[in-house]
Design a protein around this ligand. Structure first.
Ligand SMILES: *[C@@H]1O[C@H](CO)[C@@H](O)[C@H](O)[C@H]1NC(C)=O
Ligand SMILES: *[C@@H]1O[C@H](CO)[C@@H](O)[C@H](O)[C@H]1NC(C)=O
Length: 175
C-alpha cells in the first residue's frame, strides 16, 4: 500500500516537473523563447527589464509572467502620472484630446494588468492571457489617437515600453 501511494506521489511529481510552466530557465534563455513567440519582443529589452527584479534569476515561466505583469503595471502607472502632468501644461492644449484618451486607456490598462496578476496568482492562465491581451491594446490605441490627428506622439517611448512588457508577460504564459 505504501509502495502504491509512493509511486502515485512520484508520478504526480514527475508530471508537475515535466509541465513546461514549471521548468526553470535562465532569464536570457527565457527571453529567447519569449522573443520567438512574439515579434513585439526584443530579447535584450526583455533581459534588461526582467533583471530589475532579482527574483527573475530563479523564476519559472509563470513567475516571469507575474514579474513582467508587475513591471508593466508600474510602467503604466508612471505613464498615467506623466500624462496627468502633460495635461496640466498649458502648451499642450492642442493635444489635450489625445492625452485625455491616453489617460483613459492607461487607467483601463492598469485595471487589466491587475486582473491579469490576480488570475496568474490563482492559476487561471487563460483568463490572465485574456486580460493581458486587453492590456496590450491600450498603448497601441494611444499611439493611434496621435496618428489619426497626424500629431507626433509625445508618448511613443512609454507606449513602446508598456507594449513590450505586456507582450513579454503574455508570451511567458503561452510558452
Ligand atoms: C518602464 O520600463 C522600462 C523598460 O523596462 C524601464 O526602463 C523603465 O525604468 C520603467 N519605468 C518604470 C517607472 O517602471
Ligand atoms: C496637432 O495637430 C493639429 C491639427 O492637425 C495641429 O494644429 C497641431 O499643431 C499639432 N500639434 C503638434 C504638437 O504636433
Amino acid at each position: 500500500m505504501a509502495i502504491i501511494s509512493c509511486s502515485f506521489v512520484l508520478i504526480f511529481l514527475m508530471s508537475v516537473v515535466s509541465f513546461p510552466h514549471f521548468i526553470d530557465a535562465s532569464v536570457s534563455d527565457a527571453c529567447t523563447a519569449a522573443a520567438a513567440k512574439s515579434s513585439n519582443i526584443n530579447h535584450d529589452f526583455c533581459v534588461t527589464s526582467l533583471q530589475v527584479d532579482p527574483k527573475s534569476a530563479s523564476a519559472n515561466y509563470v513567475s516571469l509572467a507575474q514579474i513582467a505583469t508587475k513591471l508593466a503595471s508600474e510602467n503604466a502607472t508612471s505613464t498615467k502620472a506623466k500624462i496627468k502632468d502633460l495635461l496640466a501644461q498649458p502648451g499642450n492644449g492642442n493635444i489635450k484630446p489625445e492625452l485625455s484618451t491616453c489617460q483613459d486607456l492607461y487607467s483601463e490598462m492598469i485595471d487589466s494588468l491587475s486582473d491579469a496578476a490576480k488570475a496568474i496568482s490563482s492559476f487561471h492562465y487563460d483568463d490572465a492571457m485574456t486580460y493581458l491581451s486587453a492590456a496590450l491594446d491600450a498603448p497601441a490605441d494611444c499611439e493611434d489617437t496621435f496618428a489619426e490627428k497626424r500629431n507626433a506622439s509625445v508618448l511613443s517611448v512609454e507606449d513602446a515600453n508598456a507594449k513590450q512588457l505586456t507582450a513579454i508577460a503574455l508570451a511567458f504564459l503561452n510558452i
